[in-house]
Each structure stands twice: as C-alpha cells, then as structure tokens.
Design a protein around this ligand. Structure first.
Ligand code: ATP
Length: 202
C-alpha cells in the first residue's frame, strides 16, 4: 500500500462520464468519498491565503459578491497558459492538504478520491488503484447538456480541452463503462469494488 494506513481508490472520468454518480454509489457501498472538485471550489471561496493569491495573480475581478467569479477566472486562464499553471500552483497544494486532513479523520481503511483531473494533476500517483469511468461521447454530451443547460458546442469544447479516454485508460487499473441506466452503473460499481477487495485481500 502506498499510504500506510489507507488504501486510496482514485476515480476519474471525462465531463459527463458519470464519475460523481459512480462515486456516490461507492459511498452507498461503504467507501467514504472525497470530491476534489467540490472541495476545490469551497477552498477558493473560503481559504483566505488562497483567495489573496488568486487576487494577486488575476486581479480583484476574480471575486464578486457571490464568491469566486468563475466566468472571469476561466476566461483569464483559458487565454493564458502560464496563468493557468500559476493558478494550479495555488489551488492544487491547498486541495492536497485538505485531502490529507480529511483522510486522517477517516475510520474506513478503503477511501476514495474523486477528481476530474486526477491524471493531469499527477494526483493518481498517490492512489493505490485508479478507476476511470468511460461513456460514449453522445451519452456524455446528452447528460451534460441536460444537467448544465449548455449547448452541444460548449460541451464539445470542454471535452476537447480534457485528456482523451485512451490516455485515461492507459493510466487506469479498472474501467467502469457507463452506457446503460443508473441501475447498470450501480451493478458495475459493486462488481468493481468486489474485484478490488478480492485482489487486495480486504
Ligand atoms: P462532470 O465532470 O461534468 O462533473 P461527471 O463525470 O461527474 O461530470 P455526473 O455528474 O456523475 O458526471 O453525471 C452527469 C449527469 O448524467 C448527471 O445528471 C447524472 O445524474 C447523469 N447520469 C450519469 N450516469 C447516468 C446513467 N447511467 N443514466 C442516466 N443518467 C446518468
């Protein structure tokens, strides 16, 4: 085990693949889940040190009365790769520390870290096993258009901004295909958890 006390399952997948839904099913089967993307948002709104650094990097417009101004921040970093790298240098270590704190409070031996950019951030290297949730492009598009009220064009732009499924699969130990209904996904989650437990003697 890479982490002496805990066995960390990393779970990732492209936009609309169903990784959050799969992670919720893992939780139902008793695995505590850390949602990195949700925590990153909270940290950017609440951690004073992080907030000040973001303002220093991108200016006062980074925050408005509702908190982080995602539209402005995304635009700034989308147009300037070096700013994106700097922003990640601020946010990633804070999320890493937050995960460590969360981890040390868990009583379950097996825990899960969910992250959209598990592979890109290098965070997968600290996981004992990595799962990718994979779904057909048209399913991902349909689900995301419905959930976020985005146009197909906008969803496609976001998909093309992420790494490919082939790159995800190459770094994964287990794949969960999510092309069926929610019941099918739940069954796949249960099967995968049983496989992991069997393989690692839990
Ligand atoms: P993102 O990276 O955009 O957050 P995600 O990979 O976490 O996406 P989810 O939020 O889990 O994806 O799923 C996207 C949407 O599709 C949600 O509204 C979810 O309820 C729905 N969904 C996921 N899997 C299925 C399925 N098998 N059948 C029907 N709907 C599904």
């Amino acid at each position: 085990m890479k982490n002496n006390q805990y066995f960390i399952i990393g779970i990732t997948g492209g936009i609309g693949s169903g990784k959050t839904t799969a992670a919720i099913f893992f939780e139902e089967f008793g695995i505590p889940v850390y949602n990195s993307d949700k925590r990153a948002k909270i940290i950017q709104n609440e951690n004073i040190d992080v907030k000040n650094k973001i303002i220093e990097l991108l200016g006062e417009n980074s925050y408005n009365k509702n908190g982080l101004n995602k539209v402005y921040v995304s635009k700034e970093v989308f147009n300037d790769k070096s700013k994106l790298i700097e922003l990640n240098r601020i946010v990633h270590p804070a999320v890493f520390n937050d995960f460590e704190e969360w981890k040390n409070k868990q009583t379950s031996k097996i825990i899960m870290k969910e992250a959209a950019i598990l592979i890109e951030s290098g965070s997968y290297k600290t996981c004992d096993v990595v799962i990718s949730v994979i779904a057909d492009l048209e399913k991902r598009m349909g689900r995301t258009v419905d959930r976020d009220s985005l146009s197909e064009e906008e969803v496609l732009k976001r998909i093309n901004n992420q790494i490919s499924d082939d790159e995800r699969i190459a770094k994964s130990d287990y794949i969960i295909y999510n092309n069926g209904n929610l019941q099918d996904l739940k069954k796949e989650v249960e099967k995968t958890l049983l496989k992991i437990k069997k393989e690692y003697n839990f």
